[in-house]
Design a protein around this ligand. Sequence first.
Ligand SMILES: Cc1cc2nc3c(=O)[nH]c(=O)nc-3n(C[C@H](O)[C@H](O)[C@H](O)COP(=O)(O)OP(=O)(O)OC[C@H]3O[C@@H](n4cnc5c(N)ncnc54)[C@H](O)[C@@H]3O)c2cc1C
Length: 658
Amino acid sequence: MPAGIVEPVRTSPFRTPRPPPFSHSSATSLLPEPISGLWTAEDELRSINLGECSNGRVAGRGQSGDIVVERAQLYDVVIVGGGPAGSTAATLLRKYRPDLRVVILEKEVFPREHIGESHLPAISAILDEMGVWDKVEAANFPIKLGASFTWGANSERWDIDFYPVEKFRDEPRPAKFVGQRRHTAFQVDRSIYDKILLDHAASMGAEVRQPVKVQHVLHEGDRITGLRLEGGEVISGRHYIDASGTVALFRRDLGIGGTIPEELKNIAVWDYFQNAEWAVHIGVGGTRIQVRSLPYGWIWFIPLGPTRTSVGLVCPAKYYIQSGKTPEQLYEQALIDQKEIAALLVKATREGPVRSCKDWSNVSDRAAGENWFLVGEAAGFADPILSAGMTLAHSSARDAAYTIMELDRGEHDPAWLRSRFDERTRLGIQQHIRFGQYWYSANSCFTDLQEHCRSIAREAGLNLMPIDAWRWLSQGGFSADLIGQAVVGSFDLASAKQVVQRFDKAGRSPGMIIDGKNTFKLNLRGATESVIGDLRDGRINRVPCLVRRGAQLPLVGNFAVVVDALKVSSDAAEIVSYLRNYVNLKYAPIHRKHHFDALIQALEALAQDGWVEAGVNRKKPLMNVNLTDSRHIRSSSQSEEAIAKVDPAERPTYKSNI
Ligand SMILES: Cc1cc2nc3c(=O)[nH]c(=O)nc-3n(C[C@H](O)[C@H](O)[C@H](O)COP(=O)(O)OP(=O)(O)OC[C@H]3O[C@@H](n4cnc5c(N)ncnc54)[C@H](O)[C@@H]3O)c2cc1C
């Protein structure tokens, strides 16, 4: 063995009860007492029957078999990669289990540049849970209220707002994670953002080692035994998390395959500009990112701070090859072709050099093994059109941290915990890939890519008729993202249906099953009882659900409320009254409509999956479903009209430069 290399510790992963101490009389412990009753790396060392000590090493026989170990190299959790996924996992592990030894191995010295700048609101809640939201807010990143697109059936510009722009109010910054800010997201300069998160993980007690490159994964079958660093040192732990991003280190070294949809093989070319005009100023520091279709691809325009803006082009790899142009030539052509973006850049200075990468959507065949987890982009990548990569990174890392803590607690079946993580992580990526396929194939603005769009639809088995497209998009169920809520990909059910309508050339809607009906009967025939995990406050709670022919009915959150209402009555008026009473009791007046709409969406989701049979009683009025307070999707001119209607004293500052 080369000098400096220490044989990896053979630990038994997922061990939960504390093993009895060794009886050998010479056993010594110089380590502090553990602060909880759970098994940690400290316990592993304490359990070692110490033989000889030399050069800081401790050699001997532990609970796990023959080992030679250096204290400094044995961890509870070893994380590869200090990007958002790695920092999230480390922070949450240390938040809920401060007794755990957690190390992040990061090959770069931060700050380092990275692409992936536009958040979704779901990240904000995770940042808050991590205790880092205030630090991110203090960096003064633009508030993302939503996005403006030219995309779909025609070239009309339209907006998706996370929070109705007309209800947004001018508030001083830095603000707190309350009120309207719970619904917004950030647009971040990754060199600043990733460093805030990594420093925060360190402040929570995670050990951060950088620059430290992991070169190889040492493993015995599916069990990782250590990570060999560049330079030869070996780091060992009880659990391993791969947060190495696109490098996907564990997949590479453990030989784990993946799926790459052939037609979502795109390339991205981008650069940064100083002093570009923002397309729109909303409130204090708020804006929307801009997405514009071109005949051969699309452009993003994402302000990252008061003066710096990220501008990029995405197009199919095939188009790039056939064009015979360099990435820089393609990029410059796009900035000439897209007149609105060009106008915003007239007085701006390009930083250069132009950056490029391939952005091939993919999903790993597995996301968890005996003592390892894949999080963030190491588990897969969904096309950036939906700005979902960072959301998937933060949420899968949170999930891995929760899963590890539950494995240590030993209260749940370890096989269930691992397969739950595996399924949720991969389903989240698959749903976003499916959405990506739909977004590309349904964009009539890609006039140079017609055959390409048709082949995406063919490859995906997608028929663009709204009702079929909707069925195809929502396969995989509603419960993958947010347990107990009717969410598909990153959209609530009503918004996703609005997108389908917007992409249809004739403006047809996939419709709502419950619309025009007035009786709703629970149909639980043939369902079997099962459980799903609900992540809260550092615990994975097992909550009941029903399953039938692949469809899942989680008896939690909005679904549980609707099921309770349906148990009381099958009459629409009585169900609506039950749901109204529920939101009136539970929420402040300003939030009631939003929560009531979410319950109606849950009812629709249950009807779609066959848990509810919707019918008509001709003697009674029919239900008229109008979900106007879901995520707002409307033409940009409608958004501006909505603001104009607000009393000027209340109206948010709104200045459009396009
Ligand atoms: C063109 C493009 C545009 C995108 N736009 C968006 C967007 O607008 N919104 C969005 O949400 N997402 C976007 N994404 C996706 C986003 O970039 C990723 O989802 C996100 O960065 C994933 O975070 P992560 O922590 O998993 O990985 P990363 O952020 O890549 O972090 C991985 C870290 O691991 C380190 N590492 C790698 N190998 C090793 C090793 N061997 N040893 C030690 N350290 C190692 C790396 O140095 C890196 O710091 C985009 C992606 C692309 C390609």
